[in-house]
Each structure stands twice: as structure tokens, then as C-alpha cells.
Design a binder for this molecule. Structure first.
Ligand code: F3S
Length: 392
């Protein structure tokens, strides 16, 4: 591959992997069973990114196994209703076409594990979406570093990744125990927990890389709460992995001796810190960061049945998940209220900078980017209260 006998795209891809392997001291490549590629929105890629992808596609790049895609900057079918400019839509479509011609499945979701890209315990994979990386390592027990867009594409085109970091058991060990005494009820609590833990655990080096925590005291957590937690701890602590007692398959070892506690007051403070908008200021409401599961869409439909929204309300999810919602009838109920499905995209990667004043959400990750990227204030609420906010 490196010598170019399998074409220019494969050669370029292998050059990327070899360079990374050298930087991180890998002695070999390992095969990957699954790839998730991020860096899909034209808003982030720009012209240089589009050109690079087009070149890889023209040079014959083809995915060698299961490879799926992160959200794009727009809903492919419904971009006009979401106020996406036509010139952006044209560029975004070219990005998607390039991935598609390379055999990457354009699911455009950050929850690949909900729509058919579900690796198993112990498998080596190459994923690039930070929340999904955390989910894969910590909940599923698959092994992946936090790839960038180019290195994930390189893994797709070669079927391999360099063997370093979280592919090796010694780098997956926790360094500090976090004893949680706070009561966790909803997805917002789990998002706030991720932020609160990130403030409690120390950095292990000058780059600010955080110690992997061993979390105990979380009595129960479903898929929706865990995806909210993974998104938050990946955002605020930059962590690609945690151990949670009763959840993480590898969390069978003795917990680290060094420990910190996380109280109800810590959780309350984290929730409060994500709230700087009054209800009267909210002009945008969004659920689905990470993308909603079908169970969450069912809940939205239940809460909105027969009601009307008073604000722009985006429901962001994977296209295959919406297709289930279409089939069951949830979509009809939700759209009758005036809320909009924003499939293939989300409130962070769509080009909506400065378009709204304040956003209501149950996602701690979305709060971070609403402020950092889009300059919105945020109202951080429980899932059900977000839906109610859209109707007030
Ligand atoms: Fe997914 Fe967008 Fe949030 S990619 S995790 S919905 S920022």
C-alpha cells in the first residue's frame, strides 16, 4: 500500500497511518472491523477539505469494510426548510458524493451504534466522533483512539490502523476513582455529570490530557443517558474513555486508590453553569445531541401530541431512525406541531452561527458549542422541559 501498488488514494491513506504510528511509537498495524468518519460538514471542512476528499475519491479510494459517516451540515432532503443557503447545500452535497463514491455509508449520524455500525467487545475499530469514541471504548468495550477525519478515512481505505494508545490494554487503565453520590434522573443530569467530573479529575500531562476515571455510584444508566454522558465527558474533559462500574466491560479490576467525590451540590453547580438564558430569550430549541434514539422520538411525539410549537424546534436524528419514526407515525405527530426534523445534521455542525439568540437543550455538549461556535446563550433543561419550552 505504501509503495503505491494499490493506487494513489491507498498510498496517501497509508502514509497518514504510518506517520501517526511513528509519532505514537506503534510497531505494527492492526485490522479494523468498523470505521466512523467525522469532519463531514462543509462548515468545518471548507474548500480545502472538499478538494482533498474529491481527490481521494478520484484517485480510486474505496472503503474496505463497514464505514459510516458523522452528521453533515444539512438535512439532504429538507435543507431549505431549515434555512440552509443554496450555495452551502451544493458544496455539502459534493462532500457527501465524494464519501459515497468511496463506499462510505452516508448515514450521517454521531450514533452509528444505533443504526447498524455496532462493534463488539475487544474489536479494534477507528472512530472519529468524540462522543461515539467514548461510547465505543467505555460502554461497548471496543478499542479505538479518537481519530481525526483524515485518519479515520485512511483506516477505511486501508482496513487498518496503527497499534498504539487505546488499542493497547495498558493505556486503557483508570488512574482515579470518582465516587458519585449525586442522584441522576435524566439525560441533562448525565450531561452535567460529565462536566462536573471533568472539573474534578487531574490532568496527567502538560497538554491537559485527563486521567481516565473509574466511576462508581451510578446505580443505573440506559443507552440514552450514557450517550449524553459520553458526549459531555468527551467535550469537557477531552476523554476518549472512562470506566463505569456495572457498565464498562473492562471495569472488573480494583478501583484506583486515589479518589474524589462528586456530590449533589457539584451536579447542581454544573447544571447551573450551563444555564445563562431566560426562557423569554429562547428562540431556538433543539433535541438530539447526540442524535435521538427511537425511544426518545417516541417520547417527543407523546409530549407534543395535539400541541403547537411557538419557536423554531429541531429534532435531530439519524435518517434510518427517522424512517422508523415515519413508519410508526411519530413523524406525523411531531411535524403536525410545527417542529422540524433535522436529519443528517445537528444544531452544532449546521451553518447557523449568530442566527438565534438563545437555545434550549438537554445536551451539555450542545451548550458548549452553542456558545463556542454559534454565539448563542443556552437554557439547559431536562428532556421533557425542553419540549415544553418549544411550546411556551
Ligand atoms: Fe452529534 Fe452534533 Fe452533538 S455530531 S454529538 S449532535 S454536536
Amino acid at each position: 500500500m505504501l509503495a503505491g501498488r494499490q493506487g494513489k488514494a491507498v498510498q496517501k491513506a497509508m502514509q497518514i497511518l504510518v506517520a501517526l504510528g511513528k509519532i505514537y511509537g506503534a510497531s505494527r498495524m492492526v485490522p479494523v472491523s468498523s470505521v466512523q468518519i467525522a469532519g463531514v460538514s462543509y462548515d468545518n471542512l471548507g474548500e480545502a477539505g472538499l478538494e482533498w476528499l474529491s481527490e481521494m475519491a478520484e484517485n480510486g479510494g474505496k472503503a474496505r469494510g463497514l464505514a459510516t459517516l458523522n452528521p453533515a451540515g444539512m438535512d439532504r432532503d429538507n435543507w431549505q426548510a431549515l434555512g440552509i443557503p443554496a450555495d452551502f447545500a451544493e458544496k455539502q452535497q459534493r462532500v457527501l458524493d465524494a464519501f459515497s463514491s468511496m463506499g462510505v455509508i452516508t448515514t450521517c449520524t454521531c450514533t452509528p451504534y444505533l443504526v447498524g455500525n455496532l462493534p463488539l467487545f475487544g474489536e479494534s475499530i477507528a472512530w472519529a466522533e468524540s462522543s461515539a469514541v467514548c461510547f465505543a471504548n467505555s460502554v461497548i468495550g471496543a478499542r479505538t483512539n479518537r481519530e481525526g477525519g483524515p485518519s479515520a478515512l485512511a483506516a477505511a481505505l486501508t482496513g487498518r490502523t496503527a497499534d498504539y494508545g487505546l488499542h493497547q490494554p495498558e493505556h486503557r487503565q483508570p488512574g482515579i476513582t470518582v465516587d458519585v453520590s449525586a442522584r441522576l434522573v435524566d439525560t441533562a443530569d448525565f450531561g452535567a455529570l460529565g462536566k462536573a467530573i471533568s472539573e474534578k479529575i487531574p490532568a496527567v500531562n502538560a497538554d491537559g490530557l485527563k486521567t481516565i476515571p473509574y466511576i462508581r455510584g451510578v446505580d443505573s444508566a440506559g443507552v440514552e443517558q450514557l450517550k449524553a454522558f459520553c458526549a459531555s465527558i468527551a467535550t469537557y474533559a477531552g476523554l476518549p474513555m472512562f470506566h463505569m462500574q456495572g457498565i464498562t466491560p473492562e471495569a472488573l479490576i480494583s478501583p484506583p486508590v486515589e479518589s474524589v467525590t462528586l456530590s449533589q451540590d457539584d451536579l447542581k453547580a454544573a447544571r447551573a453553569s450551563l444555564n445563562d438564558a431566560l426562557s423569554s430569550e429562547v428562540d431556538f430549541v433543539s433535541l438530539g445531541c447526540p442524535h435521538l434514539s427511537i425511544r426518545e422520538i417516541a417520547r417527543v411525539a407523546h409530549l407534543m401530541n395535539g400541541k403547537k410549537v411557538t419557536k423554531e424546534f429541531w429534532i435531530t436524528t439519524a435518517r434510518p431512525t427517522k424512517q422508523i419514526a415515519d413508519m410508526i407515525g411519530y413523524t406525523a405527530v411531531i411535524e403536525a406541531s410545527g417542529a422540524k426534523f433535522a436529519v443528517d445534521t445537528c444544531c452544532v455542525v449546521a451553518p447557523i452561527r449568530g442566527r438565534f439568540r438563545a437555545m434550549a437543550t438537554d445536551s451539555a455538549k450542545a451548550c458548549y458549542y452553542a456558545y463556542a461556535k454559534n454565539k448563542f446563550k443556552t437554557r439547559f433543561l431536562s428532556f421533557d422541559d425542553v419540549v415544553r419550552e418549544a411550546m411556551e
